[in-house]
Ligand binder design. Structure first.
Ligand SMILES: NC(=O)c1ccc[n+]([C@@H]2O[C@H](COP(=O)([O-])OP(=O)(O)OC[C@H]3O[C@@H](n4cnc5c(N)ncnc54)[C@H](OP(=O)(O)O)[C@@H]3O)[C@@H](O)[C@H]2O)c1
Length: 299
């Protein structure tokens, strides 16, 4: 099977690269090979590669910058997935795409279910929602993996930012009224691989059984809880950390260009029942990532 994987320089793409090789030949398309800001070029590129499975973690992910770059965010997050899906629909090729908790407005405290009504607060969230809907409209066999608060040992993410700040500052001030599940790219890749293993063993992957599925770590915390766990985890692993206090602040104390949901909890009912996948707790996944981070820093 020929598998086209985008976003290979990003967190989720990098984490998926090796595991996807279990299912066939992975054609890793970085931005130079397939520029998603040029949706008009996608059909020809796909005709050349002729993938039998498309996995698309590439996205415009600069949440605040998107407020100023609406057109670019929509081209990459909505028009490009639409073009991938249109090509896939014509040939019955399955598409695995990724989306976000930021499609929701974050009201209430209940975990969001896949069928709950989205109402994005930001351009980024709106562009991702438009991508979801465009894919569904094409009718291609698809799975849209909604995830949240992604991090890895490399790349640009909260874990790396806190690890740096913890070595520079005695006091960190971190938002404590946004709740969700920090999710390592590694456990997203594990869940997607588990789903694909079963789907690809059947006759027609995701035909009549795909749609949207939430994939995030189990459990809930705030950014403050996540930062505290990172700092404590680094200290426990002997990393020289100067941070003594992680102070909880409100979202209103840390203004950002884009508004973010206060409640990013994602419900796992469909993931468990339909796809038979159970996610590890966020603290277990963080411990695994911190072990990797510490050995990377020590090397
Ligand atoms: N990060 C999060 O906290 C988070 C939370 C919820 C959902 N998600 C979703 O999960 C998925 C994976 O996110 P991630 O954290 O892995 O993202 P990431 O680390 O920011 O990586 C984004 C990837 O997209 C590529 N890309 C951006 N613009 C492109 C273009 N014009 N053409 C081709 N490739 C382009 C980037 O390539 P370059 O290296 O060349 O820029 C990079 O490989 C995305 O769909 C995202 O919306 C992420």
């Amino acid at each position: 099977m020929r598998i086209l994987l985008t976003g290979v320089t990003g967190q989720v793409g990098r984490a998926l690269w090796q595991p996807l090789a279990e299912f066939g030949t992975v054609i890793a398309a970085d931005r130079a090979a397939l520029d998603l800001s040029q949706p008009g070029s996608i059909e020809r590129a796909l005709d050349e590669v002729r993938p039998q499975l498309i996995v698309n973690p590439a996205a415009y992910t600069a949440v605040d910058l998107a407020e100023d770059e609406r057109d670019l965010a929509f081209r990459i997050n909505a028009e490009a997935p639409a073009a991938l899906a249109a090509w896939a629909a014509g040939r019955g090729v399955p598409l695995v795409h990724f989306s976000t908790d930021y499609v929701f407005d974050g009201t209430g405290e209940n975990p969001w279910r896949e069928q709950d009504e989205p109402s994005p607060l930001s351009v980024y969230g709106a562009s991702k929602l438009a991508g979801e809907r465009a894919i569904a409209r094409t009718g291609c066999p698809h799975l849209i993996v909604r995830t949240s608060w992604v991090y890895a040992v490399d790349g640009k993410n909260f874990l790396r930012t806190i690890a740096r700040l913890a070595r520079e500052r005695q006091e960190l001030r971190i938002v404590a009224d946004q709740f969700g599940a920090p999710t390592s790219a590694r456990i997203i890749a594990g869940a997607v691989t588990g789903i694909l293993r079963k789907q690809l063993a059947g006759q027609a992957p995701f035909v009549g059984g795909g749609g949207i599925v939430n994939v995030s770590a189990a459990g809930t915390t705030s950014w403050h809880g996540f930062a505290t766990a990172i700092v404590e985890g680094l200290k426990a692993r002997g990393v020289p950390v100067v941070a003594e206090r992680v102070i909880p602040i409100a979202t209103s104390d840390f203004p950002t260009k884009a508004r973010r949901p206060l409640n990013s909890r994602l419900d796992h009912g469909r993931l468990n029942a339909v796809f038979d996948v159970t996610m590890p707790d966020w603290q277990v996944a963080l411990a695994e990532e911190l072990d990797g981070f510490v050995s990377m820093v020590a090397a």
